[in-house]
Design a protein around this ligand. Sequence first.
Ligand SMILES: [Zn+2]
Length: 408
Amino acid sequence: MLILRPTARRAWLARLRGGPGGRRSSGKHGGGALNTKPTPRVWERKKPRRKEHWRNKVEMSSQRGKIQTVLGLIKPSQLGSTLTHEHLTMSFSCCYYPPPPGQEELSEKSIEMKNLFWLKQNPYSNKENLLLYQETDAVREELLHYKAAGGGAIVENTTTGLMRDMKTLKHLAEETGVHIIAGAGFYVDATHSPETRAMSVEQLTDVIINEVLNGADGTDIKCGVIGEIGCSWPLTESENKVVQATAHAQSQLGCPVIIHPGRHSDSPFQIMRVLQEAGGDVSKTVMSHLDRTIFDEKKLLEFAQLGCYLEYDLFGTEFLLYQMCPDIDMPSDNERILRIRMLINEGYEDKLLIAHDIHTKNRLKKYGGHGYSHILENIVPKMLVRGISQNQINQLLVANPKQWLTFK
Ligand SMILES: [Zn+2]
């Protein structure tokens, strides 16, 4: 298992940058070894098996240059303003946390007005709150509201392990006119079935490729992105295989990838290394949840140099104690905006993506939450106040998602 110690990480980063002088130049992130085409890759990329490469060549020709939604292929120009990390239907029962001592009875209670603040602080301790799949009507209404507010598309990150529901996603797209891009692959180890654990990297690769080329979960509805691929810190054996399979599938399909990292600042580095060594395309990969993962600015800029997309996708999540990892101080939306402004000033404007990662009921407007329009309605105006220009906001919401989601 690969765990990079600080000294090893520094050496590894130095190699990435092509030695001590490899720091990126001119404010744009073209100087990192992973970003420039003529620079050889640091890690050896394994070529896809020739037979598979040939097999997929014909099938892939239709996806190339297009974006694949649950209703079929669209031109990149049709996409519009896009939230790159949301969930519309899923179950998060895998991540139930017992309530704090003395509050046990609240775990079984149905959601009530008087419990909303408690629920905001303890979203994973109420069993009903974890069943987003029960709220299709509310989600449909919110998607219409999102569209009226200027929204065009949503990347639905629910993968195997979270009760992905391709048919519901298709219905929601038909009924609302919002483009929905579904995710292929597997969530974190805790949700891997014995069958998943028993699969080889090759078998996992075939499953993922099939979800993109032919359809997922026994339907003919196709995924347009791989992920969110669930990772823990450190990567478990099964997750390591899934990340390798993701890289193999991506190298054959030329498709976008999105990763959910473990809750440790070294986790994104570890995952990108495994992905890259297995032949993945870092420049077409999103690292999610950076808001709760890398706090140190220097380390964040080191990570940004790897050349992947940097996603701040927990907008709307503000609480005191993060149940998943009590040692993490969840940032506020104001702090997220300042982080994004810093990264724009450092030249990463064309690598930033934003979203809410709605995955529990209390985030919906129906339950007093912010809903899918929070970024368009509240965050964008505050970004303008903080000196992020409308052009830069358009880059984050329109241009970057379009670039990422288009098949190579
Ligand atoms: Zn998610």
